[in-house]
Design a protein around this ligand. Structure first.
Ligand code: 13P
Length: 253
């Protein structure tokens, strides 16, 4: 199980370090559930120093695919490594929607992250009209294969996938546990056809989209739901810790 908080464009450095300290206080001494937080990049260094010595890992929300160079405003994989990142979220639907990231662009970032020993959290998910039209599987297949183009994964913990149906992000609407399980099982089949069943079995597939303490148990109780990527509910230590507790319970079940 992995519960990761995507803080998106929220918190300044002071608020981020405070939130990180609260998370460490509440869940930083348990190892049963993997926990990560992904603050805005200006706060990575400060949050990383708060996390040091705890079991909570650091992640970034995006990166550029090149090693370095004239890419004003961008951040490279080696820079994320230098501030202690374990994870980097790639291909989030907000990046696709507002910053026009294509599957090819996500694929280039994934290869770059892997080559720098960052664990990409690859986000895939259909829009509402795509689900209504019955094309959700082909959309997710295209996004996943695009993101993994040319990527080699021999050890399952080098990659995390997050299924985030766009219609459930920030809307208060969640996929039902059955809808989540159905898509997660499909994603695992796709991963198996790409990397073999043994590797696919160990790759963590997270659900994201209005996950909170109240619905976390049912979602995390599904066979192929290996954790959550949490937006809004990760901005409070209390609600984030409640989701970690739910993960702990469903793991013990
Ligand atoms: P919410 O939990 O706010 O719906 O956001 C989900 C998300 O986009 C996580 O990456």
């Amino acid at each position: 199980m992995l519960i990761a908080g995507n803080w998106k464009m929220n918190t300044n450095v002071a608020a981020a370090t405070k939130l990180a300290a609260d998370v460490v206080n509440r869940v930083g001494d348990q190892e049963r559930v993997g926990v990560g937080v992904c603050p805005p990049s200006v706060s990575l260094l400060a949050v990383g120093s708060v996390l040091r010595g705890s079991s909570v890992r650091l992640g970034a929300q995006n990166m550029h695919h090149a090693d370095h160079g004239a890419f004003t405003g961008e951040v490279a994989a080696s820079m994320l490594r230098s501030v202690g990142c374990t994870y980097v979220i790639l291909g989030h639907s907000e990046r696709r929607q507002y910053f026009f990231e294509t599957d090819e662009a996500v694929g280039a970032k994934v290869r770059q992250a892997l080559s720098h020993n960052l664990v990409p959290i690859v986000c895939v998910g259909e829009r509402l009209e795509e689900r209504r039209g019955g094309s959700e599987r082909s959309i997710v297949r295209g996004q996943l294969y695009g993101a993994l183009e040319g990527a080699t994964i021999s050890v399952p913990d080098r990659l995390v996938v997050a299924y985030e149906p766009v219609w459930a992000i920030g809307t208060g609407e969640t996929a039902t546990p059955d809808q989540a399980q159905d898509m997660h099982a499909f994603i695992r089949e796709l991963l198996a056809s790409r990397f073999g069943p043994a590797t696919a079995a160990g790759i963590q597939i997270l659900y994201g989209g209005s996950m909170k303490a109240a619905n976390a148990r049912a979602l995390l109780g599904q066979n192929d739901v290996d954790g959550g990527l949490i937006g809004g509910a990760s901005l409070s230590g209390e609600s984030f810790a409640a989701i970690v507790a739910a993960a702990n319970d469903s793991q013990g079940a």
